[in-house]
Design a protein around this ligand. Sequence first.
Ligand code: PCA
Length: 226
Amino acid sequence: MKFPVVLLTGFEPYGGRGLNPSAEVVRRLDGLTIDGFRIVGRTLPVTFRGLADRLIGLLTELEPVAVVSLGLWPGEPLVRLERVAFNLAAFEIPDNEGVLIEDTPIREEAATGVPARLPLRAIEQALLDAGIPARLSTTAGTFLCNATMYTFLTETQRRFGEIPCGFVHLPYLPEQVAEILRISKEERRLELHQRADLASMSLDLLVKAVRIILAETLRVSAGARH
Ligand code: PCA
């Protein structure tokens, strides 16, 4: 039996880190069937060059009925549900090919902002009811995550109409913060007690959160169709 596909994307590690929680979550959920939908997980490179072609290629290959993308937001303590993608690339660090984009629109002559098409309030409530800290956010940043969100939102709309599509930022995994602490203690370069990027969430909890996000997205959009 052929199930409708939900595309779930994560990112490779970047910025000198050895792990990206989004890729770990995607690996755990790839191939599962949730409420009659097949989850297809893909991990994206953190490279701006070829981004649009890569994402359009995935849409053409998989023809998903919904797209949920994940990325790391270092220091974020909660599951962070992005409300809007912004038409701007302004990198603070180079991507994984060494490319640094400064203050450039992702797409010329296009909308400044595009709202997420996920049932964010229902997702927030379902996460809180499950005991998972979550909040809505009004910026996905100006790096690869925001560019991916912007491109998926505009390209899915163009190809398939108003299908559910959006982006969720995840905190560090605990082992990543332990590594930051270990290195900080060794280097003695920055004051540990003043750092604000030391929050984390376990992989099991992140997987549970993303399962809830997917189920809620599919439940609400199935309801909207009937
Ligand atoms: N986080 C970065 C890019 C890849 C990722 O996981 C971002 O927030 O843009």
